[in-house]
Design a binder for this molecule. Structure first.
Ligand code: GCB
Length: 593
């Protein structure tokens, strides 16, 4: 799915701003046709989650339906071609009406979707756009949901959170990423996929697949631009899918020190005249596993960084560009080279920026803590759909070096998971992901509770371990923690003979709390814990990375083990450094290779 852009053929209207807003706790909005006139009670900023923004209106923990409405004047510029409504994410499902007419719906948060609204829009007039958003989850959705009743039926009273969630991040609801109306010409470039492959040291093969909505064009022109040169070639048109191949000699590679991006400009031509154009950046780089090593452009690389979250006070999960810039400066400051989009795809702006700044990304989908007592055929289907949409959006990003089609399955320790059902499930997910992209390794982080026989090990090219010895296990006892961590890592490395990343390790830390002995929650404890873990992980020849949990404190559902936030951040929720930030900065200033 292509990013939006404005040029002489394509227009775009940004609908971000203040929208009319109404809560629909009784779910009566559709019967009462609120899409004709909302009678708004409140306002809401888009992008942004409703929870903290409208806390004073009682929405902090709200799960259910809400309605957004906005009037928009559509200018004459949109008179020709196709008009689309694009929502970069509405968490977790939504329905759309334009001028009172039902347009469509989308299920699944965290990724963009769009509707062709050409026939619903009045040009040169005011149009009424209505969006109903719902943030309920169930056992078929990705992520899976849970209710207060489920906790009781399953006798998991002490595990109950409010709002109920199967995961340890706040279930922020709302239109969390931008909304646009955009237009394309009648005949337009729908999608572009660029595969790059290094051949020896001196050339790279490029395969460009361009998808066009029509066959009514004669030629398609490609220009590949680097700093000083333009490589141009043309293909004959009249097919929906144009496949092109070429070789670039002495390519400028995308790497961490110099994340070089080429520019590709594609122009559709009819009778020698341009009828549409799309330009995009791409990088040439190679990522592969060889033995125990992760190789970027044939050179070993060791991942140092974090699991993150999209989370900030008041914004919730709303796209927050100043925060994005700040976080990348902090990643560079602390000498990190990578992060994981735990536990869902982030706004594409994060990937664009990682491409630009030379930061590597493990791209994850929200199949977090799947409960195998509850998965259904529908869960599997939704899971696959999610993977497809993720790869459709993110395939062209050089920063994305690995797919994580899940995180910590079977955290509840269900026995039947090991009788073949878990294996069958992950086998399908693995094969499906590979069928969409076999150029990137796959990893599915394992939790300690799922143990060393977790079938995800078999279906991961790289083993990812989330471990908390010294926190949830052996609290306060770092000596024992490190001994147990080492023996488990050695065992798994021996058993599976695959490289390992420790994708989570960390301690909750209250900034300003200090102690001269090993006391949980103090800054010294977090700092020492991370130092010991990094030392251990980096001493093993089978490891290829360490991702601290977490980059910054983040809001969680309410539970007695959380003080509003998960405090495992190395930075606070508002990005002040804890002592551990300086410790990591120092450790990571020394190159691993
Ligand atoms: C985990 C989860 C993560 C939690 C973390 C914790 O294993 O993957 O979502 O936030 O542990 O802090 O408990």
């Amino acid at each position: 799915m292509l990013n939006l852009q404005v040029n002489s053929f394509r227009k775009k209207n940004n609908l971000c701003g203040i929208w009319n807003f109404r809560i629909d706790q009784e779910k009566i909005g559709e019967a009462e046709k609120w899409y004709n006139l909302l009678k708004p009670e409140l306002d809401i900023a888009v992008p942004g989650s409703w929870n903290e923004q409208l806390e004073a209106e009682g929405l902090m923990n709200y799960i259910g339906d809400v309605w957004y409405q906005k009037e928009l004047f559509i200018t004459n510029e949109f008179n020709e071609g196709n008009i689309f409504l694009r929502i970069d994410s509405a968490d977790y499902s939504c329905k759309v009406w334009i001028n009172g007419e039902y347009v469509g719906e989308n299920h699944g948060g965290f990724l963009p979707f769009e509707f062709d609204i050409t026939r619903y829009i009045f040009v040169n007039k005011i149009n009424l756009i209505t969006i109903k958003v719902n943030n309920e989850l169930n056992c078929n959705t990705i992520p899976q949901g849970i209710t207060a009743e489920d906790y009781e039926i399953e006798n998991r009273i002490r595990e109950e959170t409010y709002p109920p969630a199967r995961f340890d991040f706040f279930p922020f609801g709302g239109i969390n990423r931008p909304i646009y109306i955009y237009s394309t010409p009648q005949e337009f470039i729908k999608d572009v996929k660029i595969q790059t492959k290094l051949i020896g040291d001196t050339s790279a093969k490029l395969i460009i697949d361009t998808n066009i909505n029509s066959t009514n064009f004669d030629q398609i022109k490609y220009e590949i631009i680097d700093d000083n040169n333009v490589l141009e070639f043309t293909e004959i048109g009249n097919t929906h899918l144009v496949k092109s191949q070429l070789t670039i000699q002495n390519p400028k590679l995308w790497n961490l020190e110099n994340p070089f991006l080429y520019k590709l400009v594609i122009t559709l031509l009819k009778k020698d005249l341009p009828i549409d154009q799309y330009s995009m950046n791409f990088g040439i780089r190679d990522i592969k596993i060889e033995g125990n090593k992760l190789l970027l452009n044939n050179k070993p690389i060791f991942l140092r960084g974090f699991g993150k979250h999209e989370d900030f006070p008041i914004f919730g999960k709303g796209l927050n560009l100043p925060l994005l810039v700040k976080d990348f400066t902090l990643l560079k400051w602390i000498n990190a080279n990578s992060f994981r989009t735990s536990h869902y795809p982030y706004a594409e702006e994060w990937l664009d920026y990682a491409d630009k700044k030379g930061i590597l990304v493990i791209d994850e989908i929200p199949a977090v803590s799947l409960d195998f007592r509850k998965t259904t055929d529908q869960t599997l289907q939704n899971h696959k759909n999610f993977i497809k949409k993720l790869i459709d959006r993110d395939y062209n990003h050089p920063c994305v070096i690995m797919w994580a089609p899940g995180n910590e399955p079977n955290i509840v320790g269900e026995e039947s998971y090991y009788n073949g059902s878990g294996e069958k499930y992950w086998n399908e997910i693995y094969d499906y992901t590979k069928s969409l992209d076999d150029s990137r390794p796959i990893t599915i982080p394992n939790c300690q509770r799922a143990g060393v026989d977790d079938p995800v090990f078999k279906f991961s090219d790289v083993i990812s371990l989330n471990r908390y010895y010294g926190w949830y296990e052996n609290p306060g006892n770092l000596d024992t923690a490190i001994i147990r961590m080492e023996s488990e890592m050695d065992l798994i490395a021996n058993k599976y003979q695959k490289p390992i990343i420790v994708t989570e390790f960390g301690t909750d830390t209250v900034p300003g709390l200090h102690s001269i002995s090993d006391q949980m929650f103090t800054e010294e404890y977090q700092s020492k814990f991370l130092e010991l873990y990094c030392k251990l992980i980096e001493s093993k020849s089978y490891t290829i990375g360490e991702h601290v949990w977490n980059f910054a404190d983040f809001k969680t559902p309410q539970h007695f083990r959380r003080v509003v936030n998960n405090l495992k951040g190395v930075f606070t929720r508002t990005r002040d450094p804890k002592q551990a930030a300086y410790t990591l900065k120092k450790i990571w200033s020394v190159s691993k290779f």
